[in-house]
Design a protein around this ligand. Structure first.
Ligand SMILES: NC(=O)c1ccc[n+]([C@@H]2O[C@H](COP(=O)([O-])OP(=O)(O)OC[C@H]3O[C@@H](n4cnc5c(N)ncnc54)[C@H](OP(=O)(O)O)[C@@H]3O)[C@@H](O)[C@H]2O)c1
Length: 252
């Protein structure tokens, strides 16, 4: 029996760790050829080797998503090496928190650059391939990693929450243009997932709160989110799982 995603050509940003890495691994297991994008080449090479050892196909493309030229080069490399992309998962992101009054403008800029500008740049770089795939009658998907933070109100997380609200609203609006072209947009809004994301926090209050949650409740895993991406991508072409909120059962 063919695998549910065989014939698909996937691109996953943030594939060096966490949700992106788990998603890339699962998409390859389900039959997709996968391009792995992030900045840490060694991590991407390791994952590409693991995918091919398991009988799948993956290529490592070190890219900083805040660099549009690097994204354009990556898009050309994907087309040349594994074919026209029809499934783009934009998972690259960063979460840095502190009271607004501390004015850590460089951290705000980094989140805006990665979570919003980088995500928009990723979708832009692969739009010609998605359009071409859809026009040829193939299923075409964009999956964006927003967060429950897109609607949550949380002290010290204002900029992170704002970038995620922008990602969710971008999806709602882009759907009006992409839907008629046959390209689906799925916005994922997870609650707490146990990944490296928390390790970049140096604000003790935010870090203690999140680590406390991770220790006291059964939080989501990156594999849980990967399953949702693979499920959404395997739906028939007329079905767009447009927005998926997923929380640990014990997260309020
Ligand atoms: N963990 C959670 O609780 C949670 C909940 C809701 C939503 N999310 C979202 O899920 C996404 C994935 O996060 P995660 O939890 O899997 O965290 P993670 O393990 O820290 O993954 C983030 C990934 O983004 C990549 N990245 C960061 N900046 C980049 C850049 N400028 N260019 C290219 N790649 C970049 C990192 O790789 P390199 O450092 O090698 O570039 C890393 O692979 C993020 O958008 C996050 O906001 C996470």
């Amino acid at each position: 029996m063919p695998l549910p995603l065989s014939g698909r050509v996937a691109v996953v940003t943030g594939a060096a760790s966490g949700i992106g890495a788990a998603t890339a691994r699962l998409l390859a297991e389900r039959g997709a050829k996968v391009a792995l994008l992030a900045r840490r080449q060694a991590r991407l090479d390791e994952l590409a080797d693991a995918v091919s050892a398991a009988g799948g196909e993956a290529i490592a493309l070190p890219v900083d998503v805040t660099d549009p030229d690097a994204l354009a080069r990556a898009a050309a490399a994907v087309r040349e090496r594994i074919g026209t992309a029809d499934l783009v998962v934009a998972a690259a992101g960063s979460m840095l928190t502190a009271p607004f009054t501390t004015g850590r403008t460089h951290e705000w800029q980094r989140m805006i650059d990665t979570n919003l500008t980088g995500l928009v740049g990723t979708v832009h770089a692969f739009t010609p391939q998605l359009t071409e795939a859809a026009a040829a009658g193939r299923v075409a998907d964009v999956v964006t990693l927003s967060s429950i933070a897109s609607t949550a109100i949380a002290p010290n997380f204002a900029l992170y929450c704002a970038t995620k609200a922008a990602v969710s609203h971008l999806g709602r609006n882009l759907r009006t243009e992409f839907g008629p072209l046959g390209i689906r947009i799925t916005t994922l809004e997870p609650g707490v997932v146990d990944t490296e994301l928390m390790e970049h926090l140096d604000d003790p209050a935010a870090s203690d709160w999140l680590q406390g949650l991770i220790k006291t409740i059964d939080v989501l895993t990156a594999d849980d989110i990967a399953e949702l991406v693979a499920f959404a991508a395997a739906q028939p072409p007329h079905v767009n799982l447009s927005q998926i909120t997923v929380l640990p059962t014990q997260q309020a």
